[in-house]
Design a binder for this molecule. Structure first.
Ligand SMILES: OC[C@H]1O[C@H](O[C@H]2O[C@H](CO)[C@@H](O)[C@H](O)[C@H]2O)[C@H](O)[C@@H](O)[C@@H]1O
Length: 647
């Protein structure tokens, strides 16, 4: 009767509408994904396309804008059989319904960029000065604006819309990332990009205004989590470079809103080790029962290999998303058994059980900054005493994290009711945050000396930089990865506590890694540094490095190492500005650089990059005991000290 009256096409149309409604309804009612989108955040279409593994990187699909309005895309998906569609049909479907990832972005002409910024005057070595100028020029490759006009009427993209120009990390990271931006801006401000910095901060403030927090990155699939909350610290460094009090006043209400978000959603009460009461500290925590859309197959397979229990699978999804919120995705810090077999390590993920040192160290800095901003903005109506909040937090951090014998701060594990024993740069973050803290001064700096002594020892055996942890787990935030933001934190902490030689050694090691990795991948500077023969690229600035070798990019984790790279450029420029008078050009192992040959035109065609010396032996994570009071690594790895005993 229906067919006679309205025809087959109408029946198909009604059926597909029902499928669409059912999909949307079931995802809304049953699942807690990062957003409601049945394309980018959760549901059958996302599941089916991602599980078909059409791309080597799951992020590719969710970064594609649609070529048709979403209802049409969902109807087309239903028409090819929905969850039962063949792989060939899915390939065709994605081709016909989705556009090129990144097609809603445009490069920006950086007229504000100073080609000879003043930080170069602080660099003595001619090659480092020239390389600093090269890195300075790379900002123009990383700044973008959005242009949704190529999208058809009613079409959608997973990008969160941003009003101003913004900076991206680079490579697969085509959107702004929250905590990356702090480290990136440390460089951009020194490159004279002050107006751009203000605009970027305004974009992040607008996200707080609209969403209540800064998402992990500017994509809808990141809407259920944030990242290390460093926005107030961005305003702080912007103010230090500009003295722009009006902007501080403009930003303050939204910075307070963000602070309130972290206090409302990420706070946990914990009993003090001596039983004398409770303290409140913050943790990362994400409420989801779905795989991360941009890493869908990784999460799904992890959860299904680990267990058949749907409740445990959901918990794994939440702990994986929480790990991503921490910015350390992933590390042994977040797992139950750091010595587990590498391919099973994440079965024991329990990020929500960890109260991380660095999150609280950051929030301490945020609270101190807010207290200062209240004064700068002359805000007499202010009722919250941020200075007091900071003081309370610092006391709580000493109660829960501080290991007096070593002077180090260790994560607190809620379900074990004890401190972790894993050493990482996070254990030293408070030395950046607290500065010349009264409690660390009271012992004449002995505790800080104790704390930095393993840094010195480990760095002495780590030619490529200080690793994220000493567990060689295959995860990217573990050994042997060297992350620029973590080198920055260690340098800041060492400077704050008077360990100038160590800070300079960290700086030199970092500069060596960045320059050599770039040179090894074809970087050259006209008249100063000749391109290595047999290199076809023109030099990569990597997101991470390898501690075992000078000039080797990092690896591990769930995606290939990326180049660009926002925070590396930022920390590099900050390092040159801060230590440039003491730094020298590196010798890059296995290359003419350092032998004198690379700086002239005398490099012969027979020189190759292939002869880099063997890396220092990699410690086996399983050989690292985690038993207090002290943990030593395998003989070839740097020794590490751990928390002496649980509180
Ligand atoms: O796609 C996998 C994960 O990728 C991001 O994490 C890594 O890159 C970010 C950008 O440089 C960086 O902020 C983060 O610390 C890195 O681990 C992303 O942030 C994750 O949410 C995402 O799942």
């Amino acid at each position: 009767m229906f067919i006679e009256r309205y025809g087959v096409r109408s029946l198909v149309a009604v059926a597909t509408k029902l499928v669409t409604v059912a999909t949307v309804f079931s995802t809304l009612v049953l699942a807690k994904g990062p957003c409601d989108s049945p394309i980018y955040c959760q549901g059958d279409l996302l599941h089916t396309v991602q599980m078909a593994k059409l791309y080597s990187d799951d992020k590719t699909f969710v970064d594609k804008p649609t070529l048709k309005p979403p209802a049409q895309v969902l109807a087309n998906f239903a028409q090819i059989g929905g969850v039962n569609a063949s792989r060939d049909a899915l390939v065709k479907f994605v081709d016909e319904n989705f556009g090129q990832e990144g097609s809603e972005l445009k490069l920006v002409d950086l007229t504000e960029l100073d080609a000879n910024p003043p930080f170069l005057n602080n660099v003595t070595d001619p090659m480092l000065k020239a390389f600093g100028q090269t890195v300075n020029g790379y900002w123009s490759t990383l700044v973008r604006e959005q242009d949704f006009s190529p999208l058809c009427d009613g079409c959608i993209s997973s990008m969160l819309s941003l009003k101003y120009h913004f900076v991206i990390p680079g490579g697969r990271f085509r959107e702004i990332y929250y905590w990356d931006t702090y480290f990136t801006l440390e460089g951009m401000l020194r490159s004279g990009l002050k107006d751009l910095t203000r605009s970027i901060i305004r974009d992040l403030l607008a996200l707080v205004d609209f969403h209540g927090f800064v998402p992990n990155g500017a994509r809808v699939y990141y809407l259920n989590r944030s990242q290390p909350p460093m926005l107030a610290l961005m305003v702080k460094i912007y103010y230090e470079h500009t003295g722009d009090a009006a902007f501080v006043a403009e930003a303050l209400p939204l910075l307070e809103k963000e602070h309130a978000y972290w206090q409302a959603n990420h706070l946990v009460n914990v009993t003090k080790p001596d039983g004398s009461g409770t303290v409140q500290l913050n943790r990362y925590i994400v409420d989801t029962d779905q795989p991360r859309p941009e890493a869908y197959t990784k999460d799904y397979e992890l959860a299904h290999n680990a267990t058949t229990d749907p409740a445990v699978q959901a918990a794994i999804y939440a702990d994986m998303a929480t790990g991503a919120e921490s910015g350390w995705d992933y590390t042994t810090r977040w797992v139950k058994n750091p010595s587990a077999q590498v391919d099973r390590l994440l079965y024991g993920i329990r990020t929500r059980q960890v109260i991380p040192v660095e999150l609280n160290a950051i929030l301490y800095q945020v609270e101190q900054a807010l207290a200062n901003f209240v004064v700068i903005a002359n805000n007499s109506s202010q009722s919250t005493d941020y200075r007091e909040l900071a003081q309370t937090r610092r006391n709580a951090m000493y109660s829960m994290f501080y290991d007096q014998p070593s002077g180090l701060f260790y994560d607190y594990i809620l379900d074990e009711r004890q401190r972790s024993t894993i050493l990482s740069p996070a254990a030293l973050w408070p030395y950046w945050s607290f500065g010349a803290d009264e409690s660390s001064k009271s012992d004449g700096g002995a505790r800080a000396n104790a704390a930095f002594s393993p840094v010195s020892r480990i760095l002495g055996k780590s030619p490529g930089g200080f690793p994220a942890t000493l567990y060689n787990s295959g995860q990217q935030w573990d050994y042997p990865s060297v992350w620029p933001p973590l080198q920055y934190v260690l340098m800041q902490g060492a400077l704050n506590t008077g360990h100038i030689d160590l800070a300079t050694q960290l700086a030199q090691t970092f500069v060596n890694s960045v320059l050599c990795a770039w040179y090894n991948t074809g970087g050259s500077i006209l008249g100063i540094l000749e391109k290595l023969p047999n290199t076809t690229d023109s030099g990569h600035i990597f997101e991470k490095f390898d501690s075992t070798q000078i000039g080797k990019e990092g690896g591990g984790g769930e995606y290939n190492v990326q180049a660009g790279f926002g925070w590396t450029n930022g920390v590099f420029i900050w390092t040159l500005d801060t230590f440039g008078k003491s730094l020298v050009a590196p010798s890059c192992p296995g290359t003419p650089l350092g032998t004198g040959a690379a700086t002239s035109s005398a490099i012969t065609a027979s020189t190759t990059t292939s002869s880099t010396p063997a890396a220092s032996a990699t410690p086996d994570s399983n050989s690292i005991s985690s038993t207090p009071p002290s943990v030593s690594s395998s003989s070839s790895a740097p020794a590490m000290t751990t928390s002496s005993s649980a509180p």
